[in-house]
Design a protein around this ligand. Structure first.
Ligand code: DPP
Ligand code: ZN
Length: 878
């Protein structure tokens, strides 16, 4: 397996102005006829005509014709990765015919079948499994696509752009689609199937009417309304916030059951995993509704940030992904509760991306090297990438940022560009220097920001000293200081923000100070009393902030900080401290105790009726086990689980009355009001379910009755699934078994709900969860060929069932390695993704380390490892 380096980038020798494709779809094979209008790249002149090397994999080459002359096989070379020809003209038309086998394509890359439909996934390098091509994003071409198939089985034939012709001959029919916009091959899409669609329309800011269609398999036709509403909201938002108008007359989404990722932004024809588009109250939770809204927006926003302006090469992936995640998270914040969205995003980042940054796969948001690009669709490229864009937004302000993106879109429309181009447009539009800021693009790792305070009552000066340090990551020992924007406030005894008055060195813009050095002191003047600092408000930079807050400070911030994010963060710090102390007690064999400060804080949260319910629910959630692992020096899964559980249990017992009051009040409203996926309804249900999960720890038969009632008599999946989850983790064995049986019967026909049913059991805290997962793999509803099933059963177990996966025998590790090996040839992308928990072996004790490493070595020794799996295992063992 070869490593590819950014520094080796070369512009293409040839360009493809036009691409004409014809697909003949049959049950046992597909013929692909390609006509490529090729010319030399005028920017790369040399005396001799270079060879033309077209990418192609798993293709059966039948004919090659250059300018109407048949080329015989002595005049070209074919290997398992490419077709090489020697052109004799600067521009020519190349025609090839290949035979491919979508019907046996289990990797779900290129053209494949999902249930009975044909569909495609070409990002990043799937197009080369369809035809010989210059499969790289800096080759942009105008595509015309004709699809021919059996009329009965495949009445719907779709591709990018507008349909320009169609016809029928005997039992076969065809349709031709033309995309007027140049695009790289990774944005190509084709769909053929027996699909139904819901239609709507959107009128753009310039009064153009756009046809909106969501295609699904017939049984899902009643589950697309939420996605359609989300789409229209996204289109309006992108006009209002970024001035971006949709550019074709039709926008289509197709829902596909077998899909490696969440969704794909193909021009005019987005293809979605069913899990990211289908939602209705009875079958999809609030979280699922929000995921649909977010992913629909994300893919739609790519039309500008990704499609109209695309990436020069795959090292620039964050150019489109980081920016588009930032765009979709701001959209979600505008549609729902801004603070709750920020809390969710940061909790996700700190749990998953910080762990990636601290592990063997750590990479900068613009990597320097990769073996398999599919491995770089990571939380770093996406979520950390979005944080880098958010910092630029903070530095430039809303208007400056908009000026910058306007210039970016105007300057680079129709081009394939780099992250440097993006930053340059922002810098040029605002006449500022972002040179040092760009270190965020090239340096991996999570910076630590340590802060020390001192107060001088005589001079009324308050000093904050910041020290930044970024730990070494693979191939990057030393780091240069980052630009770290710290949004902050200084609170007086009443909890009010004091005016910020900087004296001496340093930059303060509004309420943001800029850290640019390894160590830097800021002095604030006219501070009449020693304040409590509220630092990194709204999580203004993706760093680990260290400040020695006292317990009283945290309680104070929890109540008074006018930044909602930091109020929540204070509650988390308090909870972490309380849990970590019990981890120590547990390990020493000492009795565990509940911190009285934490209990008081929770009691007052529950008593404060002025607070937003969603915020109360967020603040009552103890940090997740995975996050507690991430912040441990050496993670002890049993101790973390026991300590966290102990605290939950004690809080439940001591605050039972308050939890019950909240539960009953909110459940009563749920029973009266029809379900709506709006922020206020979601907030109410999250508090209700939070209260229920505490109450179920109290072993009170009255609570069991409430839980069973919620399970049986709810009109929505949010309540029903929460009740099921509580039952599954309860000691009520017969009720638990009955609920699982009833739930399965109720939803046996709905694969996405059954995915939830698998996940609930995979996450079960019962001691036999691994045996149960193994058993469920034989269940009629399970198939390892469907990525959603793999994620909901195997992935959920390995990623979220801390004690089950990390059981001391190593059986969890062995199980996961077995599944990775089974998937290695079948679906390398999914196999590689499943490996993540094993790559984190350095986090655990010596014995577990050995067991985890042994499984990685066993995988390494296997035959025919895919490049996907090889890269991750290889890097993990270095
Ligand atoms: N480009 C896609 C997305 O993130 C990945 N399949 O939207
Ligand atoms: Zn994306």
């Amino acid at each position: 397996v070869k490593t590819i380096y950014l520094k080796d980038y070369q512009a293409p020798d040839y360009l493809i102005d036009e691409t004409h494709l014809k697909f003949e779809l049959f049950e046992n094979f597909t013929m692909v006829h390609a006509e490529l209008h090729i010319r030399r790249n005028p920017d790369k002149q040399s005396d001799e005509l270079p060879e033309l090397v077209l990418d192609g994999q798993e293709l059966e080459l039948l004919t090659v014709v250059m300018d109407n002359v048949v080329i015989n096989s002595n005049s070209y070379t074919v290997d398992d990765k490419s077709l090489t020809l020697q052109p004799n003209k600067n521009s020519f038309i190349l025609k090839t015919t290949v035979r491919i086998h979508p019907e046996t394509n289990t990797a779900l890359e290129g053209l494949y079948k999902s249930n009975t439909m044909f569909c495609t996934q070409c990002e990043a390098e799937g197009f080369r499994k369809i035809t010989y091509y210059l499969d790289r994003p800096d080759v942009m071409s105008k595509f015309t696509t004709t699809i021919e198939a059996d009329q009965q089985s495949y009445p719907i034939l779709l591709s990018n752009g507008n349909q320009i012709a169609s016809g029928q001959e005997d039992d076969r029919h065809w349709a031709t689609w033309q995309d007027p916009f140049k695009k790289p091959a990774y944005l190509f899409a084709l769909v053929a199937g027996d699909l139904w669609c819901v239609e709507d329309s959107f009128t753009t800011m310039n009064q153009r009417k756009v046809d909106l269609r969501i295609y699904v398999e017939p049984e899902n036709i009643n589950k697309v309304n939420h996605a359609m509403t989300s789409l229209k909201n996204s289109m309006r938002w992108d006009e209002e916030v970024y001035g971006r108008e949709y550019d074709l007359d039709i926008f289509m989404i197709v829902a596909v059951s077998d899909f490696n990722m969440g969704a794909m932004e193909n021009k005019g024809l987005n293809i979605f995993n069913t899990s990211c588009v289908l939602a209705r109250p009875e079958t999809a939770t609030d979280m699922a509704h929000q995921r649909v809204e977010g992913v629909v927006a994300h893919e739609y926003f790519h039309n500008w940030s990704g499609n109209r302006v695309t990436c020069r090469d795959w090292f620039q992936l964050s150019l489109k992904e980081g920016f588009t995640v930032f765009r979709d998270s701001e959209f979600t914040a505008d549609m729902n509760s801004r603070t709750v969205k920020r809390i969710e995003d940061v909790a996700f980042l700190r749990t998953h991306q910080f762990a990636e940054d601290a592990g063997p796969m750590a990479h900068p948001i613009r990597p320097d090297a990769y073996m398999e690009i599919s491995n770089f669709y990571t939380v770093t490229i996406y979520e950390k990438g979005a944080e880098i864009i958010r910092m630029l937004h903070t530095l430039l302000g809303k208007e400056g940022f908009r000026k910058g993106t306007d210039l970016y879109f105007e300057r680079h429309d129709g081009q394939a560009v780099t992250c440097d181009d993006f930053v340059k447009a922002l810098a040029d539009a605002n006449a500022i220097d972002l040179t040092q800021f760009k270190r965020w693009y090239s340096q991996a790792g999570t910076p630590q920001l340590e802060v020390l305070e001192s107060y001088d009552s005589a001079t009324k000066q308050y000093h904050l000293t910041f020290k930044q340090f970024c730990p070494p990551t693979p191939n990057q020992e030393e780091k240069q200081p980052f630009v770290i924007p710290v949004k902050m406030g200084l609170l007086n005894k009443q909890g009010q923000d004091l005016p910020l008055q900087l004296v001496g060195e340093g930059t303060l813009v509004g309420d943001v100070i800029l850290i640019t050095e390894a160590e830097q002191t800021f002095t604030f003047a006219n501070v009449g009393e020693k304040p409590v600092p509220s630092l990194l408000r709204d999580f203004s930079a993706p760093v680990k902030l260290k400040f020695a807050y006292s317990k009283d400070d945290l309680l104070f911030l929890m109540q008074h900080d006018n930044d909602g994010f930091n109020r929540w963060d204070a509650s988390q710090r308090l909870a972490i401290e309380a849990i970590q102390q019990q981890v120590v007690n547990y390990q020493a064999g000492n009795p565990m105790v509940l911190d009285s400060g934490l209990e008081k804080a929770y009691a007052s949260l529950l008593a404060d009726s002025s607070l937003d319910q969603a915020m109360v629910a967020e603040m009552l959630s103890l940090p997740a086990e995975n996050y507690l692992v991430e912040i441990s020096e050496v993670a002890d899964p049993d101790a973390i689980h026991a300590a966290r559980q102990f605290i939950r249990q004690q809080l439940a017992n001591n605050l039972k009355g308050q939890f019950l009051t909240h539960y009953q009040a909110n459940r009563a409203v749920s029973q009266q009001e029809a379900y709506r996926a709006t922020a206020d309804h979601i907030a109410r249900r999250s508090l209700q379910n939070m209260a229920l999960s505490y109450l179920m720890l109290t072993d009170d038969p009255q609570v069991l009755t409430l839980c069973l009632d919620q399970f049986k008599h709810s009109d929505n999946m949010t309540e029903q699934l929460a009740a099921l989850t509580n039952l599954v983790n309860s000691p009520y064995e017969s009720e638990k078994q009955q609920a699982l049986v009833d739930f399965y019967e109720q939803f046996a026909n709905d694969p996405l709900v059954i995915d939830q049913w698998f996940a609930v059991q995979a996450n079960s805290q019962a001691g036999d969860s691994l045996a149960r997962v193994v058993e469920l793999m034989k269940h009629e509803a399970f198939t390892i060929k469907n990525p959603n099933k793999v994620r909901s059963l195997i992935g959920a177990f390995a990623n979220n069932n801390l004690t089950g996966f990390h059981q001391k025998t190593g059986a969890g590790y062995q199980f996961l390695a077995d599944q990775v090996l089974a998937l290695n040839t079948m679906n390398p992308q999914i196999a590689s993704r499943l490996l993540t928990p094993l790559t984190r072996w350095r986090k655990y004790d010596e014995e577990r380390q050995q067991l985890m490493k042994a499984e990685l070595e066993r995988i390494m020794a296997a035959d025919k490892l895919s490049s996907d799996v090889y890269e991750v295992v290889n890097k993990s063992l270095v």
